[in-house]
Design a binder for this molecule. Structure first.
Ligand SMILES: [Zn+2]
Length: 58
């Protein structure tokens, strides 16, 4: 066995500095290739988070 697969994986890895965080549960939803470190807030697909967000907007 060679190390070829490991090297390829390292090459594919991107440094996405932007992170999208669920404002309800603080779970990282996605990473974004932004210019510099940035945080974005959104909602994940979790039903409890969607319900919580609805109540917060009342
Ligand atoms: Zn969430």
């Amino acid at each position: 066995m060679s190390n070829t697969n490991h090297v390829e994986l390292a090459a594919i890895h991107r440094f996405d500095l932007g992170i999208l965080i669920c404002k309800s549960c603080n779970e990282v939803i996605a990473t974004l290739p932004t210019d510099g470190y940035k945080k974005f807030y959104g909602l994940c697909k979790n039903m409890t988070c969607i319900e919580k967000n609805k109540e917060a907007n009342k």
